[in-house]
Ligand binder design. Structure first.
Ligand code: GUN
Length: 283
């Protein structure tokens, strides 16, 4: 069997197009959604991600502000900027690009962002709401994964979803979100042995570790849906996921490519969360 590709790039593009019309309508009623992105330092990957986020905002008509700080910025200065943005009426979403330099506590930064503007969904209030099944900002990658499954009509309820990786950004929130969608969820991590014993049981396998080649075809149940969140550079400098794509696509029923799979969905969910924050502010 050759798997059907889940075209995250295409799905996200269609979502942005629809969103553009929504933003135009909001603007015509005097509501201009606004996102502030804070970038600290010169990390090339972070710079590239932030550039993409600002470009996405422009494309759909969301107002955006990029706030840059040098690598040496103090924690106090960064927290002050966040507090200012919390009070600013033209800004409805605040995103601080991670990782941050070591003199700055990511936890403090996340907890200083107003929960009303927490478009990353990383604030403990957002995560607590998600845990208790309340409406909240959902972290963009898990939200994007659910959206892409729905876009290709993969049913989630009743499925065994196995998630490899337990990060605060992807693995843990994804497990809650799938649970809220009535899946049976298993979370695997670096101490899970043998990993393949669990991954082979997955109807939906989500891999979010950051380790190229971690999952090969033999780790996958025939006909499984494979979602690859990994973004790694291989020896040739090419972007690859955590799954051996060429062999896995012969075993899976659906699979996400890297690039062009989960990444574009993550980006578009940030825009969705910004619109949600703006609607909450204005309405
Ligand atoms: N760094 C890598 N992914 C993310 C993300 O989703 N949000 C933020 N703020 N930083 C990141």
């Amino acid at each position: 069997m050759t798997a059907q590709l889940i075209d995250g790039k295409g799905i996200a593009g269609a979502k942005r197009l629809a969103m553009k019309a929504t933003v135009e309508k909001l603007k015509s009623e005097g509501m201009v959604p606004g996102l502030a992105v804070i970038l600290v330092g010169e990390n090339p990957a972070s710079q590239s991600y932030v550039k993409g986020k600002i470009r996405d905002c422009k494309e759909v008509g969301i107002y955006s502000e990029l706030v840059r700080f040098p690598e040496s910025v103090s924690e106090a200065e960064l927290l002050d900027e966040i507090r200012k943005l919390n009070e600013k009426d033209s800004i409805h979403g605040i995103l601080v690009q991670l990782p941050l330099p070591k003199q700055i506590s990511e936890r403090k930064v996340i907890q200083t962002i107003s929960p009303a503007k927490d478009v990353d969904g990383f604030h403990p209030i957002s995560l607590g709401k998600m845990m208790t099944g309340q409406d909240s900002f959902v972290p963009c990658t898990p939200a994007g994964i659910i959206e892409m499954l729905q876009a290709v009509n993969v049913q989630i309820a009743g499925k065994h979803v196995v998630i490899v990786g337990r990060s605060n950004i992807v693995g843990k929130p994804a497990s809650l979100l799938f649970l809220n969608h009535n899946a049976t969820v298993t979370i695997c991590h670096s101490k899970t042995t043998p990993l393949a014993q669990y991954t082979k049981q997955a109807d939906v396998l989500v891999v979010a570790v950051g380790h190229a080649g971690l999952i090969s075809a033999e780790d996958i149940k025939p006909g499984a849906v494979v979602i690859d969140v990994g973004m790694n550079r291989n020896a040739a400098g090419r972007l690859v996921g955590d799954v051996e794509f060429e062999e896995a696509k012969e075993k899976a029923s659906f699979i996400t490519p890297v690039p062009g799979g989960v990444g574009p969905m993550t980006r578009v969910m940030l825009l969705e969360n910004t619109l949600k924050a703006a609607r909450n502010f204005f309405m």
